[in-house]
Design a protein around this ligand. Structure first.
Ligand SMILES: Cc1cc2nc3c(=O)[nH]c(=O)nc-3n(C[C@H](O)[C@H](O)[C@H](O)COP(=O)(O)OP(=O)(O)OC[C@H]3O[C@@H](n4cnc5c(N)ncnc54)[C@H](O)[C@@H]3O)c2cc1C
Length: 654
């Protein structure tokens, strides 16, 4: 029987109730001209709403990330209705040295690199369709009682499967981030010292009964719980409690300990080639022949990396990620053809890690501080964490660099023939109007799937390559709790929930930095992070992402909230958790266009066989228009967003 909404606290007046579709309707907003706030979509009219003091997106709760309204103009372009509605545009009369489309880390980095090349007085306009800058690197703020809490709304940390390039590392250093100093700020042993460990939640819909059991951190994430030597003990403990078939328990231990060579007679290279063509789910089911409960248990393990379950991740990648079953194959360490870069272990890359409490939003904010010092006060890479951005300063006549939010580029074209034109014109939709501005150069640092719709003059082959760049849909949900006593009672710090709406739940990573103090006592307010990737197991990866994106756009915040409350109640109820009482605020960061699509040996033949990749075709500079974004490297990481910005700027005409 479903828990009634009243018991889940659906009627409670948490902060999300103060917002309609993610736009503030606070007392302060009442000071805005009434035309600013329309009842349905809260579409802001053509005045500079960002200049009014209530405008502060990081503190908004409810549906954030790609918030309602952010993609409307782009979707109208896709559906070919945009220019049927907007027949005229208005010139702003502005002429810039550079216009950047996309205010994510790639777009901000492009502006940064361009200024290094052209000088600090270079005039730059950055357009972004969201109400906040940073792209995926967004920050969520909460006030719970007297406590100030931060959460990451997307891009979570400086990390990458491959070492940062000279340019990416150089930019991080220039921003003043001392990556090696991270342990100084991270309370690395906090949860363990309180007796908390990672857990697995078996849900009754998938496993017949709701049960929270011990689960080694390799499943749940969070702090590394057990020394390698103790892992087997932890697995045994998990199996003793897990509601799975007895045969599945035996098979699970066999999977961990068996030294059988499932491909006798094949060389290491041939074995890897075979593993590149079958999913890990098939490997488990058909090769190792484990019980189906074991497959279900592993199903969601690779979701945080790929936005896909084991049905769509190659067994070769599972081997690289150290998932069990491969010991007897005696594979040599060299990466096999078609291996995903995430799955190739690299010690140097693993050591390069830094997590700000708001994730890489701090990187975006540091970049904005360099570009427009008045907008983000302060002067160090640590004080940025508590700095309150002044959104009124982002688009100011006084600054050579301007960031114009709520502005979707809808048409980018050379004025004249691309080979000889001296200017590019960019039309953008903002608060129900279309404006144009001109620039000597343009960097498209936006999502590649959007580019064919806004830049029709690109060659057909390039437009097709751009259009093939899928995006991986995700939800990054932050739930502000009044305390985490239930987690302590249950000795839980992070929970892997393979059958649930959100497949991961974790207490915030405890980091205190730049005057920000994280929660250290279970009685204190905390942010709990939850992750969902809307997969459709059994289908090809791109199809799963398309269907997942549709699902996210079609799910209301209310449905998501109900799922969140229900899941937390079922997972933590035995520890005394009461969703109606304990939840103070919910922010769902919805990313229907999330990670850059990374090539997959199961579905992208060219990735196994070599040759030109679509992203190489897609990112060709055309006249005065260069193309950046993490999509340009088909690699969903901040270092790639920076690398591609650096390359794109380097390719611009002077
Ligand atoms: C939930 C999530 C978690 C992640 N975690 C990590 C992590 O921990 N570490 C890591 O390295 N990477 C992570 N990533 C990957 C992340 O994508 C990159 O690190 C990086 O932030 C990408 O920057 P970008 O500028 O290339 O793209 P984006 O951040 O996507 O920025 C592009 C911007 O262009 C805008 N745009 C699109 N079309 C238009 C238009 N027509 N007009 C105007 N603007 C437009 C978009 O709305 C967006 O704001 C994560 C991504 C997601 C979604």
């Amino acid at each position: 029987m479903k828990t009634p909404d009243r018991d889940l606290g659906m009627q409670r007046n948490i902060t999300r109730r103060d917002f309609i579709n993610g736009v503030a309707l606070t007392a302060g907003a009442a000071l805005l001209p009434c035309s600013l706030v329309a009842a349905e979509q809260c579409v802001l009219q053509p005045v500079e709403a960002e200049k009014f003091s209530p405008y502060y997106p990081p503190a908004l709760t409810g549906l954030r990330g790609s918030h309602p309204g952010a993609s409307d103009a782009a979707h109208c372009l896709r559906d070919d209705t945009f220019f049927k509605t907007f027949l005229t545009s208005q010139s702003t009369g502005e002429i810039y040295d550079l216009i950047v489309v996309g205010g994510g880390i790639s777009g901000l980095s492009a502006a940064h690199f361009y200024r290094k090349r052209a000088g600090a007085n270079a005039s730059i306009l950055i357009l972004d369709n969201h109400d906040d800058f940073g792209g995926h690197a967004k920050r969520n703020e909460f006030r719970v009682n007297q406590a100030f809490r931060l959460g990451f709304g997307g891009t979570f940390s400086i990390e990458s499967p491959a070492p940062y390039s000279r340019e990416a590392r150089g930019l991080i250093e220039e921003l003043g981030i001392d990556v090696a100093s991270y342990p100084k700020y991270h309370h690395g042993n906090l949860y363990r010292s309180l007796g908390l460990h990672s857990k697995i939640f078996f849900d009754k819909e998938t496993f017949g009964v709701d049960r929270l059991v011990t689960g080694p951190s390799s499943f749940a994430g969070g702090e590394k719980d057990y020394a390698d030597s103790e892992q087997e003990k932890a697995w045994k403990q998990m199996l003793a409690q897990a509601p799975i078939a007895p045969q599945a328990k035996q098979d699970f231990m066999r999977l961990l300990t068996d030294n059988r060579d499932y491909f006798p007679g094949l060389s290491s290279t041939e074995k890897k080639a075979s593993l590149a063509r079958i999913s890990y789910a098939s490997f488990l089911r058909d090769v190792v022949q484990v019980h189906d409960d074991v497959v279900k248990l592993f199903q969601a393990v690779p979701q945080p990396l790929f936005g896909l379950g084991i049905d769509a991740v190659a067994a070769q990648d599972a081997w690289g990620l150290d998932l069990p079953g491969f010991a007897g194959l005696k594979l040599d360490a060299a990466p096999g053809k078609g291996m995903n870069r995430d799955a190739i272990p690299n010690e140097e890359a693993e050591k390069y890690f830094f997590h700000f409490p708001d994730g890489n939003a701090s990187i975006a904010r540091l970049l904005v501080r360099q570009l427009i010092p008045a907008a983000v006060p302060g002067n160090s890479a640590t004080d940025v964490v508590m700095a309150r951005a002044d959104y009124a300063k982002l688009d100011s006549a006084a600054s050579p660099v301007k960031i114009r939010l709520n502005s979707t580029a809808v048409r980018v074209k050379h004025l004249g023939d691309a080979a000889s034109a001296t200017e590019v014109e960019v039309a953008y939709a903002r608060h129900g109007q279309v404006y144009t501005a001109r620039a000597r150069n343009c960097v498209l640092a936006c999502w590649h799937v959007v580019i064919p719709y806004i830049c029709e003059e690109l060659p057909q082959k390039q437009r097709e390559a751009l259009a093939s760049a899928q995006k991986v849909p995700l939800l990054y949900t932050n739930v502000a709790l009044r305390n985490w006593k239930a987690f302590q009672k249950l000795n839980a710090s992070a929970v892997y929930a393979p059958g649930c709406y959100h497949t991961r739940v974790a207490l915030d990573i405890p980091v205190s930095i730049g005057g920000y103090e994280c929660a250290r006592q279970p009685e204190e307010a905390i942010v709990v992070h939850m992750m969902k990737t809307p997969c459709q197991p059994g289908r090809p990866s791109r199809e799963q992402h398309t269907l997942g994106r549709i699902e996210l756009y079609n799910t209301t915040f209310e449905e998501m909230e109900r799922n969140i409350r229900d899941q937390l109640a079922r997972t933590l109820g035995a520890g005394g958790f009461d969703p109606a009482r304990d939840i103070a605020a919910i922010t769902v960061n919805r990313w229907p266009h999330g990670y850059a699509y990374e090539y997959n040996s199961l579905f992208d033949k060219f990735w196994r066989e070599g040759g030109e990749t679509p992203c190489e075709v897609a990112r060709q500079t055309f006249g005065r228009i260069a193309i950046a974004n993490a999509d340009a490297g088909a690699y969903a990481y901040t270092d790639e967003a920076i690398n591609q910005a650096w390359r794109a700027v380097g390719e611009l005409k002077s």
